[in-house]
Design a protein around this ligand. Structure first.
Ligand code: NAD
Length: 500
């Protein structure tokens, strides 16, 4: 049993924990730790420490800030194995998947190392007679990041690495289900030469989030989690005058055209649907074959393929996915499977029957496969976020395009086809933020940006890439003139809006 304290000003901070949450090992169902939940006073302390640290950090030149990021990158590479092992125990995901999460977070750190170039302003010489104009990107001050359980390391790095490189101080509020990794990442920041108070961790639940949203010194909030909470954070943050980006839930589709290579699609769908137990916002839990031939062919291949999927413990090298995050989520996914059955979909493979000897209290379930799922079913409309793949048959390409575009979520989508014209048309017209063409998980790399549409994303800027730099900076534009002595005071006052 371990305790997970807050981390403020470069040290462990206990605060006044009146409430705490249990931390579970999802594979066994045992309580392995306790995390203190912050209330308003603890958050206020952390924000004030961060504000004081920010004033100095913002004066450090961008190369020096980048050097801290370079050193962090070096340390993270050296420690990834150790961190991934500890983290997969608390999360339930396989070690291979945890390593992948660190690799993708690492990419954003690498991007942040380029901050001297990324943060450069713009300059126009001679915007008018003797007049120059320039704009600069300045840090906001204290910014906050609120992360979900499924990618607690990677999504945090999307936020704090760019925010800090831009000269801000950060408060991270990780998911209370997987709190430990963020503390370890913050300790590493000090080891990399980062000043205390620049990366602070405050744990908690809704009260901690509300304390962030209401705090006058928090200038911007980046949120990733489920859509209802994203919408709440967006609305409340804006009401308190903050800049907010809030990424939400997803229900991504894989549209399979009749000319697609069905063997390849079926193979890739297994990983895209069931990888990380389906607990990925870029998972493909819906496959939408166009036409009966593609649908029947795909179903036969998927049914066979599902039998080969191995569920297991995080350190099982052969396992393709592990436990889902919590008892409540385990029950929720099972309820959605039952809902699909009750709604009349055909349950081809039932993952609820899975059991692993010795781990009966863990939250392990096998992969489930549904066919003949209809667009009006609730189990299709909502996000399940578990190892469940639904086949939704579309008659025509236009039907598939419409269904995907009309869905409440618009995070990612993939189309599988050999026809470039169809792919091009789909990419342009589909009402979704991230599109894959024969790429099942179109997760943009660090130097592009990540963000969904519709209920999958509230706010303006996306995560990472130049969008991240824009989110964590404000622009100031200066117009300057240095008149010669003779010009001074010799002109009439101008009452007309100046034009050049
Ligand atoms: P969640 O919404 O339950 O929690 C996310 C964060 O919000 C956590 O830090 C949590 O403590 C906090 N929170 C929870 N309830 C709250 C409330 N009522 N008020 C204020 N704060 C609250 O999400 P989760 O279950 O941790 O994560 C899974 C969800 O995140 C899925 O819906 C998934 O699609 C989504 N997700 C989206 C993206 C994306 O980029 N779009 C990425 C990863 C995960």
């Amino acid at each position: 049993m371990y305790d997970v304290p807050h981390f403020v000003g470069g040290e462990r901070y206990r605060g006044q924990p009146e409430r705490h949450g249990d931390v579970f090992n999802p594979t066994t169902g045992e309580v392995i730790g306790r995390v203190g939940f912050a209330e308003k006073a603890d958050m206020d302390h952390a924000v004030r420490v961060a504000q004081a640290a920010h004033l100095t950090w913002a004066e450090v030149n961008p190369q020096r800030r980048a050097r801290v990021m370079f050193e962090y990158k070096r340390l993270l590479t050296a420690r990834t194995e150790e961190l991934a092992r500890a983290f997969s125990l608390e999360h339930g995901k396989t070690l291979a998947d945890a390593r992948g999460e660190f690799a993708r977070g690492h990419d954003v750190l690498e991007f942040a190392c380029g901050i001297p170039h990324l943060i450069k302003g713009e300059f126009t010489e001679g915007a008018g007679p003797g007049i120059d104009m320039y704009s600069m990107r300045l840090p906001l001050g204290v910014v906050a990041g609120i992360t979900p359980f499924n990618f607690p390391a990677m999504t945090s790095m999307w936020m704090w690495s760019i925010a800090i490189a831009c000269g801000n101080a950060v408060i991270m509020k990780p998911s209370e289900k997987v709190p430990t990794i963020m503390n370890k990442l913050a300790e590493l920041f000090l080891e990399a030469g980062g000043p205390p108070g620049i990366l602070n961790i405050v744990h908690g639940d809704k009260s901690a989030v509300d304390a962030i949203l209401e705090h006058p010194l928090v200038r911007a909030v980046s949120f990733i989690g489920s859509s209802d909470v994203a919408q709440y954070v967006y609305a409340k943050g804006a009401a308190f005058g903050k800049r907010v980006q809030a990424m939400g839930s997803a229900k991504n589709h894989g549209v399979v055209m009749p000319d697609a290579d069905l063997d390849q699609v079926a193979h890739e769908m297994l990983g895209a649907a069931y990888g990380s137990a389906g607990e990925r916002c870029m998972a493909l839990p819906v496959v939408m074959p166009v036409g009966k031939k593609a649908a029947d062919g795909l179903r036969a291949r998927l049914e066979k393929g599902v039998e080969t999927v191995r569920v297991g413990l995080p350190d099982d090298d052969q396992a393709q996915f592990g436990a889902v995050i919590s008892k409540a989520h385990f029950e929720r996914v099972k309820n959605y499977i039952q809902m699909g059955v009750d709604e009349g979909a055909e349950l081809v493979v039932d993952g609820r029957k899975f059991a692993l000897q010795g781990y009966e209290n863990g939250y392990l379930m096998g992969p489930s496969l549904f066919d003949h799922v209809k667009p009006e079913m609730r189990s299709y409309k909502e996000e399940i976020f578990g190892p469940v793949l639904q086949i939704v048959r579309a008659d025509t390409y236009e039907d598939a395009l419409r269904l995907v575009s009309d869905h409440q979520f618009g995070n990612g989508v993939a189309i599988f086809t050999r026809n470039g014209r169809t792919a091009r048309d789909f990419a342009k017209r589909v009402n979704v933020g991230m599109v894959g063409i024969n790429v099942p998980l179109p997760v943009p790399l660090a130097y592009h940006s990540f963000g969904g549409w519709k209920r999958s994303g509230y706010g303006d800027h996306n995560q990472h890439g130049m969008e991240g730099v824009r989110f964590y900076t404000k622009v100031k534009t200066v117009t300057q003139r240095w008149p010669a002595d003779a010009e001074e005071g010799g002109k009439d006052a101008g009452f007309v809006l100046p034009t050049m």
